[in-house]
Design a protein around this ligand. Structure first.
Ligand code: SAH
Length: 220
């Protein structure tokens, strides 16, 4: 974990990133404010820190990546979070998306499968004071039944299909935002639970994520 601080220079870089995201179609002011507030460079390994405010994905160790800012903003915008909402993130990774979610609601739970990333990120979030989320190491393709139901579930890894446990853990009116596809590309899907057995599916842009592993993901 880097010991660098957040400086005026970093804040300026974040303002520039915000302008870039706006140009690319991110229009939710709450999401843009959250991106402007979270020091993304502090979620990077020192070797990559200089690149933190480029709109790109970067390695975070263990073969995983921190999603590019556009992807984080895009998924967060689709969640349409209010401060009362309970949200589950599947794939804590670097913790950056988790810190962005915490700017929008205090009710955040996040699960990471990889034990090394989990331990590192739990410590990082605590050091940054972004420790309001419930964190767990485990298979997030099964959701987190003890914390359910959720108003919003965000999957930050590519799934082969919609994981049934995640659909079951949505509150009526709640939304699941998840990239679904093959190993190469995934389409962003938003599923809204309109009734106990009634789900509405919308499809958006294509992205490329690392695979969602686990019982309702890809078999490792
Ligand atoms: N949201 C992260 C992006 C991490 S990349 C960030 O802001 O940095 C996706 C992450 O999903 C990886 O860390 C990977 O280990 C994790 N992952 C993959 N399958 C998972 C599963 N079944 N449950 C929880 N995490 C999973």
């Amino acid at each position: 974990m880097s010991t660098s601080a957040d400086t005026y220079r970093h804040q300026g870089l974040r303002r520039a990133l915000g302008r870039e995201l706006r140009q690319r179609g991110i229009h939710d002011e709450r999401v843009l404010a959250a991106i402007a507030a979270v020091p993304r460079h502090l979620f990077f390994e020192p070797a990559f820190e200089a690149h933190a405010y480029q709109d790109k994905a970067f390695p975070i160790g263990e073969g995983q990546t921190i999603s590019q800012p556009y992807t984080v903003a895009y998924q967060t915008q689709l969640l349409d979070l209010a401060p009362t909402h309970r949200v589950l993130e599947v794939g804590t990774g670097s913790g950056y998306q988790c810190a962005v979610l915490l700017r929008l609601t205090p009710h955040v739970a996040s699960i990471e499968f990889n034990e090394v990333l989990f331990a590192r990120t739990r410590q990082r979030l605590a050091q940054l004071g972004a420790d309001g989320a419930a964190l767990r190491c485990g298979d997030g393709s099964l959701g987190w039944p003890e914390q359910a139901p959720f108003d919003a579930i965000l999957v930050t890894a590519g799934a082969p299909a919609l994981p049934p446990p995640l659909l079951r853990q949505l509150r009526v009116g709640g939304r699941l935002v998840i990239p679904v596809g093959d190993a190469q590309t995934q389409r962003m899907v938003r599923v809204t639970r309109e009734g106990a057995e009634s789900f509405v599916r919308e499809e958006f842009e294509e992205f490329r994520f690392v695979p969602l592993l686990g019982a309702s993901g890809w078999r490792p």
